[in-house]
Design a protein around this ligand. Structure first.
Ligand code: ADP
Ligand code: MG
Length: 177
């Protein structure tokens, strides 16, 4: 079994890309649902991706998927912390991300917190700190389908590992901080 982590700051497009992956016939684990089903999430933690998860228990709970054939994706901003074969870090331009999160009803404080995490490459750095191969894909423009085309090229071995940090939002720092 090949487990592939679809990760990134809240709002970058993980769940939209996951929906397109499912549409093309792939199995995608919705981590929120999965964690709840395994009793690893309390209800009060569910809204807005702010929950604290026992990562070891989360990782162990994915064993059922590791035993299967084929490819399974995991939709979660925590997925890069599991034993997976590949990490895809979705990215989003800060100004676009802020608009997406505002539309979702996030407070301005929460918007800034997430924009800061995106500008500082927090998830990318966590991902590249593992020994697992990492690719980034920018979901600021285009469609989830474009992202899935990219992911399928990875599956087909058509895409080399990009040097991490190809996406660089540091030029937008001043606008925010
Ligand atoms: P996440 O699961 O990472 O929090 P969502 O998929 O829930 O993000 O939200 C991303 C939002 O951005 C959705 O409203 C989606 O329609 C929009 N969007 C616009 N362009 C893209 C793109 N290229 N890829 C993914 N999402 C996009
Ligand atoms: Mg999501």
């Amino acid at each position: 079994m090949v487990l592939i982590a679809i990760t990134g700051t809240p709002g970058v497009g993980k769940t939209s890309v996951s929906a397109e992956l499912r549409r093309r016939g792939y199995e995608v684990v919705d981590a929120n649902e999965h964690l709840r089903a395994h009793g690893l999430l309390t209800e009060k933690d569910v809204p807005r991706d702010t929950f604290n998860v026992d990562m070891e228990a989360f990782n162990d709970s994915l064993e059922e998927y590791r035993r299967k054939d084929g490819v399974v994706f995991i939709d979660s901003h925590l997925s890069h912390g599991t034993d997976c074969s590949r990490i895809i870090v979705l990215r989003c331009r800060p100004s676009v991300l802020a608009e997406r999160l505002r539309k979702r009803g996030y407070s301005e404080a929460k918007v800034r917190e997430n924009v800061q995490a995106e500008v500082l490459d927090v998830i990318l750095c966590e991902a590249t700190d593992t020994d697992i191969p990492v690719n980034e894909y920018d979901c600021s423009e285009g469609t989830p389908s474009d992202a899935v085309d990219f992911i399928e090229r990875i599956l087909n071995g058509e895409i080399e590992l990009g040097p991490p940090g190809r996406v660089d939002w540091s030029g937008e720092m001043e606008e925010w901080f």
